[in-house]
Design a protein around this ligand. Structure first.
Ligand SMILES: [Zn+2]
Ligand SMILES: [Zn+2]
Length: 370
């Protein structure tokens, strides 16, 4: 297949972004494409809106898996591209359209020029939430494969096309969402003593929350707690009965996460006591850290030497990825693929350079062959 076709496929997928576990059109598009390939050594199995594609190896002693996430984000695209998202308020703003296209590209090569190992391509739904990696990993469909190692990539807008980056050990943090509802008693702005002001409760919580990392977490174990949304009240002269805050927790050590949650709950018990209110905490989606096995990072480095792809030593980041769950159970690694966009991930103007698709296909296929 020529380069143009991959760009066309990427642009087709870019126009139909769908949210987690609703990737029906995306799944159908992928299945339609898979149908055009020679079926002789290939087995396709679906799981919810995801797909497993197994390609039997010539020797077949080992099974190497590559995972591509397939969901988009609830973002309204603000590019002026002529293949802009056709789904209102949805966008492939995290490059998962690239991840899928690269998987199809490598898969196509491997179906045509078979390799020594069995190859398993995993098209995983719901990476952005509620998290598809863990239920997929626990599914009977996935358990039928004996995977020796697994890898994945993520586009990196900050690095130039032609580069890949990874590192041994921690690549991405442990993450947890954080949603808290405060419930008190509303009333007239001039009669605060007759109310239980949830604006105050939520504000106090936010200030106290900032002490969790500063005073309750070991300074050598990095963590961040951020509230990104706060909601309370309707007009200037009513004290609100309820409030809601939304945020995220990120840690570089798995054990720090429950410690932070415990501290948050302790603060909330204090808030309940002080403001005579009720609170309810929900941790939403939780992702386990992406922790790379050094052996496979080294193998990847060797696989791309003597090619035009440049390997760069990566730094760890506080971003999260549900692929961490797969790496918790299976050896393997994740790497960044440079796509050089002035706008970052989850930005409504993200526009990765399409030349990176070929680089991604080459990098994935080289790792599959090694
Ligand atoms: Zn994302
Ligand atoms: Zn992503």
């Amino acid at each position: 297949m020529t380069k143009t076709n991959w760009i066309k496929i990427r642009r087709d997928l870019h126009q139909i972004p769908e949210l987690g576990f609703q990737e029906y059109k995306t799944q159908q598009y992928l299945l339609d494409y898979l149908n055009t390939l020679p079926q002789e050594h290939m087995a396709v199995t679906t799981w919810k809106t995801g797909i497993f594609v197994y390609v039997k190896g010539v020797v077949g002693e080992k099974t190497v898996a590559y995972r591509a996430d397939i969901d988009g984000l609830p973002i309204t695209e603000q590019t002026d591209l002529d293949f802009i998202s056709q789904h209102d308020g949805r966008m492939h703003a995290c490059g998962h359209d690239f991840h899928m296209t690269i998987a199809l590209g490598s898969l196509t090569q491997i179906v045509h020029e078979r390799i020594e190992h069995n190859a398993l391509f995993i098209f995983q739904p719901a990476e952005e939430g509620p998290g598809g990696a863990l239920p997929m990993l626990e599914s009977d469909e996935m358990k039928q494969y004996e995977i020796d190692y697994i890898f994945a990539l993520h586009v990196d807008p900050n690095r130039p096309v032609g580069t890949v980056a990874s590192k041994e050990g921690l690549l991405f943090a442990n993450t947890s969402e954080l949603f808290i509802d405060f419930h008190g008693k509303g009333g007239h702005a001039a009669y605060p003593h007759e109310t239980k002001d949830m604006m105050m409760a939520a504000s106090t919580f936010n200030v106290q929350l900032q002490q969790v990392v500063g005073r309750m977490v070991n300074p050598l174990e990095n963590a961040v707690v951020t509230l990104g949304k706060m909601e309370a009240g309707t007009v200037q002269n009513i004290i609100p009965e309820s409030a809601r805050v939304e945020g995220t927790i990120r840690t570089t050590k798995a054990k720090t996460m429950p410690q932070i949650k415990e501290s948050i709950e302790r603060i909330l018990r204090g808030i309940e006591e002080r403001y005579d209110c009720r609170t309810r905490v929900d941790y939403g989606a939780n992702y386990y850290m992406v922790y790379n096995n050094g052996i496979y990072v080294e193998q990847f480095k060797e696989a791309v030497t003597n090619s035009s792809i440049q390997f760069i030593e990566a730094e760890e980041a506080m971003t999260g990825e549900d692929f961490g769950y797969m790496l918790k159970e299976l050896p393997g690694f994740m790497f960044w693929l440079g796509v050089n966009s002035p706008h970052g991930l989850h930005n409504s103007k993200l526009n990765p350079k399409e030349d990176a698709i070929e680089v991604g296909i080459e990098a994935v296929t080289k790792m599959m062959r090694s």
